[in-house]
Design a protein around this ligand. Sequence first.
Ligand code: AMP
Ligand code: GLY
Length: 420
Amino acid sequence: MKVLLVGNGGREHALAWKIGQSSRVSQLFIAPGNAGTAEIGDNVPIEANNLPELVQFAQREKVDLVVVGPEEPLCAGLVDEFTQAGIRAFGPTRAAARIEGDKAYAKDLMRVHAIPTADARTFTKYRDARAYVASRDAGVVIKAAGLAKGKGVIVCDDPAEGLIALEKIMVERTFGPAGDTVLVEEKLTGPEVSVLCFVDGHTLYLLENAQDHKRIGEGDTGPNTGGMGAYSPTRLLNDDLLRQIEAEILVPIVDALRTDGAVYKGVLYAGLMLTAGGPKVLEFNARLGDPETQPILMRLKTDLVDVMEAVIDDRLDRITLQWDERPAVCVVMAAGGYPGSYETGKPITGLADAAAMPDVAVFHAGTHLQGKQVVTAGGRVLGVTALGKDLEAARKRCYEAVSKIHFEGAYYRRDIGAKA
Ligand code: AMP
Ligand code: GLY
């Protein structure tokens, strides 16, 4: 079968790597892809947000299955467009993806259905938001309600910081229209985990969990990023907690969406904080996480194409996911300056040496082929991922692979998975 994968990040290289292993796939297109996906399939120069051209391409090439990686095209309705064109596509509809694309909507649904989450107020007027933040006496979290590439959340230790964050989002409009509506949340504390599941019309199947590292700096300091590294599994969740998360969070939100007329199909991602008062939702994503996908897919033994087709056909209850018991660690190598401004076009060396190590995969994120030379083309450049007999061994192998790779200004955290 012919598969079209939409996106160009580290998650998409990992998806391409996994989909490419399926014996059922005869041709894999990636639009637009990166230098890493070019080694696995055919990159197609169509941007992930160019909905009409993606549909035309899939029709022309008689694509059998489309897999949509990133949130923007999902929230813009790419799966709806493919479905209308008679092409099978994996991912939630526009209405269902709103659970990620509109944090105010997600918060309302959680409130109405009593799903545990941080208390929050929603504002569209700067003056009202200001007055509310000024009246608080503890830490606050200021969130742009729309999509902001994982950077639209500012965690503030006190209301004074909160006011600065508000100004940044609502006056300076750093995140553009994504900040037209703002959430002011209570600041929760506790370890964070990412719990992901496949969802079809009526069944929910948990994937192995992972932990992301959102902050740019070691020891979880500095601004939020798209994610600087991840490992799987975490030891933070036992079976009881997982059952609780499924029963109190995942099933109710899928039911709530259905009641709202949006049947959820695809991968649902819950970003959770394990607070003293139990697990609480920080955010929902309508897709696989980046970089959680890299260690999770490295551990998945089951053919991913079979699972995705089962989701589309509502047969998830007949699928069993098989996992490699060994943990996996992914370290993101970023461009100096990220998540602020950074330079691109820096030649990358050592990729083949690192990838040649056993149980190591070097997933490209922001890369580009310039002639035969791979150069940097984004903030998050690579996601170096390794399996090991235990977490310490996986970490060691991962950092050994990282040490073989060089580009000017490369930055990575040395503490991915260290707390575990
Ligand atoms: P989000 O994109 O909403 O998951 O937020 C990004 C990151 O900000 C999360 O991974 C947390 O580290 C942090 N965060 C978000 N909401 C809260 C909250 N209510 N309390 C504390 N930290 C938060
Ligand atoms: N790793 C967090 C995200 O994908 O949003």
